[in-house]
Design a protein. Structure first.
Length: 379
């Protein structure tokens, strides 16, 4: 095997498995020439709604737009505060600043990389209007206490589910709910490398509230419920019919895709847990994990050295994320930063994400693991 072919994500091989279905879906879309708001968009929204038990799904152009539209739907005022974790992709906080709201940046847990209610509570003030729990890397935030906190404080919850579509959280009543369907609004991304990815950009919002769904749909379509009659200030954020057609085919395989990722994670777990300097991903017993990323922690002094070593062996790896939000220059002047955020700072110096995708072969995994073991044996 040519080990140079190991990739963080192998979209080509995934496509080839369902090439005939994808090609036909694209061809039908082109022949019908209904490229904006075509039937496939409505069908895909309905499919997601059914699959994830969400009363309403509103698609949009990308995951960042989904977050922005969610905030826009809440009728917030300039300076209102939104709680967001420091250890996340920039989009979660970027939209807060874009709308001239105030990001309140809080720490995350040492083991799950996620926010929790106790940490979020430290960021509360009289100006707090919402919290954005980010289900990072494929695992749910513990949503029971988050929802209780939000209920007690009268604030809204916008779930960022861009990395965790299909993960589920066990609720206090014994039932499980899918990430993105628990808060007031859930948002997701269909960026190509996501567990459910299209061949361009795409996003969606989940809600159980009819009024919110109506508002979100209007906001994504120039603030109109009827063509050329604009009731509110909106934006232009649409999921292309072509991307919806592709997603309609791929969503049929999403559970299988997530299971394939879980199998890769299990292989890594078994092989790496005996290495003293590696902390394998923690599993929250209240959540399933769909592994958009398989992120280990290693001593900070070894992390970059390990990354470089793997690169020499033809093994890619990524640092998600090298710099926490509170240290990003875009946010230093507009944010409230709560405490020293020691966990987020430590994560940025010690995390490393290994290749994980739906098409990984056991020989590739064995090669990666053998080289990991060799590195730690000599370091």
């Amino acid at each position: 095997m040519n080990h140079n072919k190991i990739m963080m994500v192998d979209l080509k091989s995934q496509y080839l498995r369902i090439k005939s279905e994808i090609d036909l879906a694209i061809q039908n879309c082109i022949e019908n020439t209904n490229f904006i708001n075509g039937q496939q968009v409505k069908d895909f929204e309905q499919k997601l709604s059914t699959h994830y038990h969400s009363n309403y799904v509103v698609s949009c152009a990308n995951g960042t737009d989904a977050l922005q539209l969610a905030l826009m739907s809440l009728d917030l005022q300039r300076g209102d505060e939104i709680i967001v974790p420091a250890f996340t992709y920039v989009a979660s906080a970027e939209v807060i600043g874009l709308l001239q709201l105030t990001p309140v940046i809080v720490d995350v847990e040492p083991d799950t990389f996620n926010i929790n209610a106790a940490i979020a509570a430290e960021g509360l003030s009289s100006k707090t209007r919402a919290i954005i729990p980010v289900h990072l890397f494929g695992q749910c935030v513990e949503m029971n206490s988050i929802m209780q906190l939000a209920h007690n404080e009268g604030i809204k919850v916008i779930e960022d589910t861009a990395q965790s579509i299909g993960a589920s959280c066990k609720m206090t009543d014994g039932q499980s709910k899918y990430a993105g369907t628990i808060g007031d609004i859930g948002t997701t991304s269909f960026f190509p490398s996501k567990n459910l990815g299209c061949y361009g950009d795409g996003g969606a919002m989940f809600t159980q509230d009819e009024n919110l769904a109506t508002t979100l749909r209007m906001l994504a379509n120039h603030g109109q419920s009827k063509k050329y009659y604009h009731e509110i200030i909106g934006t232009n954020s649409r999921l292309d019919t072509l991307q919806a057609a592709i997603l309609l085919e791929k969503v049929k395989h999403i559970d299988q895709y997530n299971q394939a990722r879980q199998a890769v994670a299990h292989f890594y777990d078994e092989a790496l847990q005996s290495i003293q300097d590696i902390i394998i991903p923690f599993r929250n017993p209240l959540s399933t994990h769909v592994f958009n990323q398989y992120t280990i922690k290693v001593p900070a002094a070894l992390r970059d050295k390990l990354k470089d070593f793997l690169h020499t062996k033809g093994i890619p790896s990524m640092i998600y994320y090298p710099l926490p939000l509170h240290k990003q220059s875009a946010f230093t002047k507009i944010s409230k930063i709560i405490g020293g955020l020691p966990n987020s700072n430590a994560h940025c110096n010690s995390v490393l994400s290994l290749p994980i995708h739906t098409e990984m072969e056991e020989s590739q995994l064995s090669y990666i693991v053998e080289n990991m073991k060799a590195f730690f044996k000599n370091n």
